[in-house]
Design a protein around this ligand. Sequence first.
Ligand code: GDG
Length: 739
Amino acid sequence: MGKTIIVSNRLPVKLSDNEGEITLTPSEGGLATGLGSIYREKNNIWIGWPGMEISDEDAQRKVSRELDKQDLKPVFLTQEEINHYYEGFSNEILWPVFHYMPTYARYHQPYWDYYYSVNQKFRDAVLQNMEPGDIVWVHDYQLMLLPGMLRAVVPEATIGFFQHIPFPSYELFRMIPWRVELLDGLLGADLIGFHTFDDARHFVSAARRLTPVISSSNEISYNNRNIIVDSFPMGIDSQKFRELTNKPLVREYIAELNKSFENTRLILSIDRLDYSKGILQRLKAFELLLQLNPEYIGNIVLYMIVVPSRDNVRQYKELLDEIDKFVGGINARYRTMTWQPVFYFYRALPVEELSALYATAEICLVTPMRDGMNLVCKEFIASREHDDGVLILSEMAGASKELSDAIIVNPNNIHALMQAIEEALDMPLAEQKRRMQLMKEIVMKFNVSHWVKLFMARLKEVKQMQLSMFAKHISETSGNNIKHLYAHAESRLIFLDYDGTLVGFTADIEMAAPDEELYRILQKLAEDAANRVVIVSGRNPEFLEKWFGSLHIDMVAEHGAWTKIAHGEWQSLPGLSAQWKKDFFPVLESFTDRTPGAFIEEKDFSLVWHYRKVEESLGELRSNEIMSTLRYLAEDKGLQVLPGNKVVEVKNVEINKGKAALSFLQEGAYDFNMAIGDDHTDEDIFKAMPSPAVTIKVGSQVSAARYSINDYREVRKFLKFLAGNNLFNAPQDFAVREK
Ligand code: GDG
C-alpha cells in the first residue's frame, strides 16, 4: 500500500495574518488530533482549505511552502466559493436537512453549482498528489461528491468516506433537489462510515430507493463494485484529556474555579453556536428548574460556553440574539446580590480552561436536538479523575448509543430535561461512580486512534474483498474453457431461465418481451443440430408459446407444470390438482386489497402474488405475512409457498424446475450440460445437473452453481461468444466467475 491522503474541508491548522505575516497554529479539534497520528506517519498528507481567503499568488506560494513542511496541501478557495460551497450548500442545505431542520434549508441553484465545482477543485488537488496504491480518506458532508469524482478518473482507487454529521432518514434526504448526485458521489467510495448504525441504515435505504444499487444488509453493489456501509463511532484522544487535568496550569484553574464557586454546584454546557445543539431548550429547562425549585436559587450555576461559529449566516445570528436575550432574562429575574444563575461566555477557551471546567463541574448538560456524535460528553467523562459527576445526554446525539449509563433525555421535552437536572443533583455518589466508571471504560477504549485503526483496517479489508472477487473474474480463462468444452461436445443440453436471465427485470410483467437480439441468439443456438435448448420458466404456457413457439426449442412453463418439446404439444405434469386454488385465491386477494400495486397472477397449477410495483418495504412485509399465513394451510394440502424475486408463489410440491430438468437429462446422453438462471427456483436445476456441468448463477455468488455472471446483458454476450460465429462480433467483455 502507498501513502494515505486525508481530505477534509479544513486543514487541521489555523492561519492568522498579522499584518502580512502569516502564522500557523495547530487546531485542537478531535479530527486533527485523531488523524494527527496517521497523517504524520511515513509520507502521508492532508489536503484541505487553509481556512482563510488568500488570493495573492505570492502569498499562496508562501503559505503552501509553510504548510508543506507539515505535509499539508492547501486548496485555495475564493470568497465567492466559500460563500456558496461552504456557507451556502454545506451549511444552508446539507447541515439543516441532515440535522432534521429542513425548514432552514435554502435550495439555491448557485450553491449547488459551486458545491460541484469546489468538489472538482478538491478532486484535482487529490489527483495531483495521488500515486498508484495510495489510500484516500475523505471526510464529511462538504465533500460528498469527491469519492465519485475520483472514482471516475481512477477506477481502481482505494477510497474511504466518513461522515461526521447524521445521515437523515430517506424522507428528509429525498427533499434535496440534488439527492441522486450526492448519493452517486458517496457511492464512489469503497467504505462509507457513519457514527451510528441508524445513520448507516438511513444511507442504505436512501441508496436503495434512489439509485439502481443492489444491497444486502450493509453491502451495496454499484457498477459491479462492492461497497461496505458501516458504523464507526468516533472517539476522542481520551488519554490526552485524562492527563490534561494534572497539568499545573489546569490545576491552577481548577483551584480558582473551586474558590469562585465554593458554595455553588456547577452545571456545565459547551457547544459551538448552532441551532442543532439545543441551547435555548437547555436554558428553558434551567429556568423552569429555578422557577419550580426556589431552593436552588443561590446554590447552582449554569456555566455556559458557546463557541462562535457561522455567525454571518442569518439563522445563527438570530440564535445568538435569542441566547443573549434569554440569558439576560434569566439572570435579571433570578440573580441575587451575591449570585447569578447563568455564566455565559460567547468565545472559544484554551483547552486548559476547558479541561478545568470538565474536571470541576458536577453535571455536564449535553442536550443537542441532533448531533452526529458529540465529543464534548466524551471529553467530560475522560476528565473525571475521581469518577464522580453526572452526564445528562440527549438521545438525539450519536454518543447516546454508546453512553447508555448517562441520564438519557429527549431534548424536546423541557419538563423531562428539568427533571433530569433534578435527578443529577440528587444522585448519590456511589451511583455517580458506578455509571461514570462504565462510561469511562468505553471512552478510554474506543478512543480516536482505535477509531482510525478500525476504519483503515476495514477499508483495507473491503479492498481485499473486492480484489479477491476480481480474482474470480477469470472471464477469459473460464469463458475459453467453457467454449472449449462446448466446441468439442457432440450433443449439448442447455437450460435457460427467462426473467432475469435472458431479459431484465421490469415493473410490468407483460413488458418483459424478448427483443430482436435475444431471438437471434436463441435462433443461433437452436439451429445447431448438436444443441437441445430448453427455456425453463415460471411463466405460463401462453406467454412462452406467444414469444417462442416459432423457435426450434423446448419449453418448460410454470416451473415444471407444463412441458413442450419443440413444435409439439404442451403436456401437463400428470396427477396435478388445481382444486386448492379456490381456497387460496381469496386469502391472496385479501392481501392484494390491502396493498396498492400488488396483483395476483393465476396460472394453471399455481398462484403468484406479485409485489414488484409495491412500495419496497411494504411489499417485503406483506410477502412475509403471506408466507406465515399460508405455510400450514399449504403443507396440509401438499402445496409449497415459495418466495421469489418480488413474488410469493403457491404451487404443488411436485412442481420443481429440478425435476423438470431431470426428465430431460434422463432422455438422452449429453456430453455438454449447461444451466443458467438467476432465481432461487433455478437452484433446483443446478443441483439436478450431473457432474461436470456448467452451471451459472446470474447476479449473485451465493448459489449452488459453479460460475457466476453479472446480469442478463452479460449472459447474452456469453451466449453469443459460445455460439461463436461471424453473425455476432462477440468480444469477451463479460465475466464468468468460477466460484
Ligand atoms: C461534528 C459533529 C461530531 C468546543 N469548545 C471549545 C473547544 N471545543 C471542542 C470540543 C470538541 C469539539 O470542539 C466539538 O465537537 P462536537 O463533537 O461536540 O461537535 P461539532 O463541532 O459539531 O462536530 C459532531 C464531530 O463532528 C466529530 O465527528 O461528534 O456530532 O457535529 O472537541 O472540545 N475546544 C477549545 N475551546 C473551546 O472553547 N479548545
